[in-house]
Design a protein around this ligand. Structure first.
Ligand SMILES: NC(=O)c1ccc[n+]([C@@H]2O[C@H](COP(=O)([O-])OP(=O)(O)OC[C@H]3O[C@@H](n4cnc5c(N)ncnc54)[C@H](O)[C@@H]3O)[C@@H](O)[C@H]2O)c1
Ligand SMILES: O=C(O)[C@H](O)[C@@H](O)[C@H](O)[C@H](O)CO
Length: 254
């Protein structure tokens, strides 16, 4: 008989919050967490979308409910999270991009990207962490960054800056939250086909260039992130904090 017990990949008994969960990556990751046994709160601004998503998970006997949350409203979001039982898992996913040439970026573009990708994500994590610390419970915060948090990209000065910022605050939060048993990591995907990126790939030259950079030769699928999010949420990754898990098909390998 082996002397080892494989740490669990199950999430039964844990509560998870996923922001921007009505569609795209957020919905896929919420589904993965629910399938692993977590009780998942799908948060978004579009209540119809997120209610339908939660209902379809419940139809499969999974635990899921919808929560209206505009993460740009920091005070409202902190109040809403503060009123809930603590979330042991946060997938800090709501994010956006407005690709533009550096010389054309406007103040409005800059603020829109930073307000969501940096400011809102930072304070959602703070609200979840405060609640866990008060309740003396461990947790796992998973910040959805990007390969663009590690490298540069054309027409992406602001997006890259925002995701590099996220990589930075993840490491610093990991240091402060470790004594409380709260781990903080990022997932750094390459281009995954979602409503956010679909229009980019209608440009054949952009698609060809992207596929050249992804060494495995294909765009990402939402399913490519589903194992990673469960792993980072679960005890299986118990010694990981302040790390970034790149799921980039080798984009950043050279
Ligand atoms: N799709 C990709 O290729 C890709 C790759 C790497 C990283 N990412 C990151 O993954 C995350 C999700 O991207 P996606 O492609 O699924 O995007 P998406 O635009 O399809 O979905 C974003 C989600 O965030 C929500 N959202 C936006 N503003 C919000 C607000 N103020 N309050 C609450 N929710 C809000 C939207 O409603 C939506 O559900 C983002 O952080 C993005 O930067 C995406
Ligand atoms: O325009 C972008 O770059 C997208 O909005 C991002 O979500 C990327 O798909 C991702 O960062 C991979 O590079």
């Amino acid at each position: 008989m082996s002397q080892f017990t494989t740490p669990s990949f199950r999430l039964d008994g844990r509560r998870a919050l996923v922001t921007g969960a009505g569609r795209g990556l957020g919905l896929g990751m919420a589904t993965a967490l629910a399938e692993a046994g977590a009780d998942v709160t799908l948060a978004a601004r579009t209540m119809d979308e997120v209610e339908a998503a939660a209902a379809s998970l419940r139809e499969r006997d999974l635990k899921a409910q919808a929560l209206w949350l505009d993460v740009m409203d920091v005070a409202g979001t902190q109040k809403a999270i503060g009123e809930q039982e603590p979330f042991h898992i946060l997938v800090n996913n709501a994010g956006t991009n407005r690709p533009a040439a550096f010389v054309d970026v406007t103040l409005e573009d800059f603020d829109a990207i930073f307000d969501l990708n940096v400011r809102a994500a930072y304070f959602v994590a703070q609200a979840v962490a405060r609640r866990l610390i008060d309740a003396k419970q461990p947790g796992s915060i998973i910040n959805i960054s990007s390969q663009m948090g590690h490298v540069g990209g054309a027409r992406r000065t602001v997006y890259c800056a925002s995701k590099h910022a996220m990589e930075g605050f993840t490491k610093a939060m990991a240091i402060e939250l470790a004594p409380h048993g709260v781990r903080v990591n990022t997932i750094g995907p390459t281009f995954i086909e979602t409503p956010l990126t679909k229009p980019f790939f209608e440009n054949k030259a952009f698609l060809d260039d992207t596929l050249k950079k992804i060494k495995l030769g294909r765009l990402g699928k939402i399913e490519d992130l589903m194992g990673a999010v469960v792993f980072l949420a679960a005890d299986a990754s118990g010694l990981m904090t302040g790390s970034s898990m790149l799921i980039d098909g080798g984009w950043t390998a050279d």
